[in-house]
Design a protein around this ligand. Structure first.
Ligand code: KE4
Length: 433
């Protein structure tokens, strides 16, 4: 049982006020500021296993897990120990190391669709660089993405559907020049008809299509039966590079990612999060002939001071070693299923209508009566009700993602008693709505 004092956030509140004078919004990534749910974000002092501990002494069962990386749980002893050893040997050399070769080979073994892989420092860099390589390889400029899918904050990806929706996009953030947005076409996820029309209209200009095979950035939206197959067939037919952005789904919905789970072979893949075991990392890779375009081999430039740094490699290698053990994903899936069944049952007993979706250990509870299958249907959710539920759970020591449009995650460290406590808290929080 999670014993928690009535939630006191005095110290977090003081520090948040100070932080907001020093850092935009007081945070180093927007979603952490609780703008979508209101209130003061707890400032975290430490974490261990499934738990977070804030600076006011509150304990939380954590389902954010640093937005995905901590699939083993926080401060896994084996990851801590390899990091301690690695740091004794220095933190970064700016020269090739054996650990980069080892992690690359582990990734390529797990993702046979990739012949080669390049390490970078974030998912943003991975997606941005994969697209540059695809454009260099095809000598075409346009990129197709799907509404609600997030591939990091590179200018050309902060783009929403424009008036000529099937032809070009418009900026989805200030500071992005219109010309950058014009080469990005944004269409609805799961709509094979619009996808087909777009490709038939623009295929001569399209370098690549990038997709989150399970969309974790509008909560958790699953591909409709046949959608990914249709996407693969169309991109093959029109010779368009298909990029699976598996920064979230990679090593999460399966060891081999969504491409393994759904049996689709993309031309390129982006990875991040889990492969760094909580340290800054990203990776992109794909067919040999495309990756041969990447400097210093080829003319597509991409670089990074800390790319492949020894600490992130050490944490990533240890994390994948543990994940590659037999039955790991069965154990993870059993925990996630137990949580799903518990939450479904709690909402039914509390007579609250929700839609719950899950892919492996990523999930989302939508406060809506309708099915959620794309950005538009996700946006129909009652975000105010979600915010009340979020705080009802936080008060009871359960840390959910502070936005209706983000996925939750469970780890190997979550115990049956964590799940039981979470379901009990959810029933009470649902009842309170
Ligand atoms: P980073 O640059 O944040 O490492 O990765 C960008 C990215 C790329 N692709 C996918 C599918 C992603 O989900 C992300 C980042 N995910 C968000 C969570 N929805 C990171 C959390 C945050 O922005 O603070």
């Amino acid at each position: 049982m999670v014993i928690h004092k009535p939630i006191d956030l005095t110290r977090s509140k003081l520090l948040f006020n100070r932080a907001r004078r020093l850092i935009p919004g007081g945070v180093n990534s927007p979603v952490r500021a609780f703008k979508a749910v209101g209130g003061v974000p707890p400032f975290i002092k430490r974490a261990k296993g499934s738990k977070l501990y804030d600076i006011d002494g509150n304990e939380y069962i954590d389902y954010v897990l640093s937005w995905g990386p901590m699939i083993l749980g926080h401060a896994h002893p084996k990851v801590v120990s390899v990091l301690k050893k690695a740091v004794e040997n220095g933190t970064s050399y700016g020269a090739p190391t054996p650990s980069e070769v080892e992690l690359a080979s582990m990734i390529l073994k797990a993702y046979p669709s990739m012949d080669m892989v390049r390490m970078v420092n974030s998912g943003t860099e991975a997606a941005m660089s994969a697209i540059r390589a695809a454009r260099g390889f095809t000598r075409r400029d346009k990129v197709v993405k799907f509404e609600g899918c997030y591939h990091g904050h590179a200018d050309g990806l902060l783009v929403k559907a424009g008036s000529g929706a099937l032809t070009f996009g418009i900026p989805d953030s200030s500071g992005v020049p219109k010309d950058y947005a014009r080469n990005t076409i944004t269409i609805p996820f799961n709509d094979i008809g619009i996808l087909k029309k777009t490709i038939e209209k623009e295929y001569k200009n399209i370098a690549c299509i990038i997709v989150e095979p399970v969309v974790g950035n509008i909560g958790c939206v699953l591909p409709r039966r046949g959608f990914l197959e249709g996407l693969r067939n169309l991109t093959n037919k029109y010779d368009i590079i298909l990029i699976f952005d598996e920064v979230l789904t990679g090593f999460r919905v399966a060891y081999g990612g969504a491409q393994k789970a759904f049996g689709i072979v993309p031309d390129m893949t982006c990875l991040g999060k889990v492969i760094g075991g909580g340290l800054p990392v990203g990776a992109y890779g794909g067919r040999k002939e495309i990756m041969a375009m990447v400097a210093p081999e080829g003319p597509v430039y991409q670089a990074g001071t800390l790319s492949g740094n020894p600490l992130a490699m050490a944490a990533g290698i240890e994390t994948l070693k543990i994940l590659s053990k037999k039955d790991t994903y069965k154990i993870l899936d059993d925990k996630a299923e137990a949580l799903e069944n518990g939450l479904r049952d709690a909402s039914a007993r509390a007579d609250v209508n929700v839609r719950f979706y899950r892919a492996g250990t990523m999930f989302c509870t939508y406060f809506t009566d309708d099915d959620v299958f794309d950005y538009a249907t996700a946006k129909r959710s009652d975000t105010k009700k979600f915010a009340r539920f979020f705080h009802g759970m936080l008060r009871r020591g359960i840390n959910l993602a502070p936005s209706q449009f983000e996925a939750g995650f469970i780890s190997l460290a979550h115990t049956q008693s964590d799940i039981k406590a979470t379901v009990k808290a959810a029933y009470e929080a649902f009842k309170e709505l």
